[in-house]
Write a protein that binds this ligand. Structure first.
Ligand code: GUN
Length: 297
């Protein structure tokens, strides 16, 4: 039987609608409008698209979008000055600095300058530490979206064998922590893993976050496994254009998996939905308002 398709696009729309409802409630009952500041340095085309989408979806969710577009030559010191200003601004509840940053600007220095309470990306060392130690944290958006899809597909993840392929700070490592928090048995595989296919075939839950087009195929997937594909890779469509593919060979794997996320329309839309949810949470926390139920956490 072919795999069930996990419709991240539909789930993300549901989350955004729920965020909007809660944003309206915050405004009418507390006079609060959550504000998200997005900082883009330079002109990376993919980053420009992401930032535009973030701004539009933030406004559609009834929140304020504050956008700072800075030239590629911006110095680290100038960026840190802007972050300090955003940290001090009570109308800003979330700060996101789009990565990658141009050469010469250290991403860690910039991220660690963000007030952890406004770190809606969940990249600050304080939030990373809080996640690992089981305290309430702002959690990175892409793995949070993956977790939400897994919970909706499988219910409890306790005892499941989970294999995360990829060890990035943005996806692989926090994904593993979130799965561990759900009591899954977690393996992180990466470019130096021996016999990757055999490791992956152990998985009830396989999360692919390597950034290599269609790298995981039939040999990597156990019959009935749930496959979450984080990859978004542009490849030639063979007739002069481009198409998007994931890190998983969808055509082959969807014949044996139990459930699988497509690319596009799987994990991708969940990232911004979770960013909006994190911004709403950050606004509630700083103002002592109870956090809404039914949103990813
Ligand atoms: N670049 C690619 N993904 C992300 C993300 O989740 N957050 C930020 N800030 N930059 C990114």
């Amino acid at each position: 039987m072919p795999a069930a398709i996990i419709d991240g696009k539909a789930v993300a729309a549901e989350i955004r609608a729920r965020v909007r409802e809660e944003a309206v409630r915050l405004k009418t009952t507390h006079g609060l409008v959550p504000g998200l500041a997005v900082v883009l340095v330079g002109e990376d085309p993919a980053s420009q698209v992401y930032v535009r989408n973030k701004g539009r979806q933030t406004r559609e969710a009834g929140m304020e979008s504050i956008e700072h577009r800075l030239p590629a030559e911006t110095s680290e010191a100038d960026l840190l000055t802007l972050i300090a200003r955003l940290n001090a601004d009570p109308g800003v509840h979330g700060i996101l600095v789009q990565l990658p940053l141009p050469d010469g600007v250290r991403a860690e220095a910039v991220i660690d300058a963000i007030d952890p309470a406004k770190d809606v990306d969940g990249f600050h060392a304080v939030n990373v530490g809080r996640l690992v130690t089981g305290q309430s944290a702002l959690v990175p958006c892409t793995p949070l979206g993956c977790l939400d899809l897994l919970r909706r597909t499988l219910g409890s993840l306790a005892g499941a064998e989970a294999v995360v392929v990829g060890r990035s700070t943005i996806v692989g490592k926090p994904m593993a922590q979130l799965l561990l928090r759900e009591s899954a048995t977690v393996t992180i595989a990466h470019s130096r893993t021996r016999d990757l296919a055999a490791v992956c075939r152990r998985a009830d839950i396989l999360v692919a976050a390597v950034g290599r087009p269609e790298m995981l195929g039939r040999d990597h997937v156990r019959q009935g496994a749930t496959v979450i594909d984080v990859g978004i890779n542009r490849v030639s469509d063979g007739s002069g254009g481009e198409r998007l593919v994931g890190d998983v060979d969808f055509a082959a794997v969807s014949e044996i998996a139990g459930a699988i996320t497509p690319v596009p329309g799987g994990v991708g839309p969940m990232t911004i939905a979770c960013l909006l949810s994190n911004t709403l949470r950050a606004c509630c926390r700083v103002n002592g308002v109870p956090e809404p139920e039914g949103l990813p956490s």
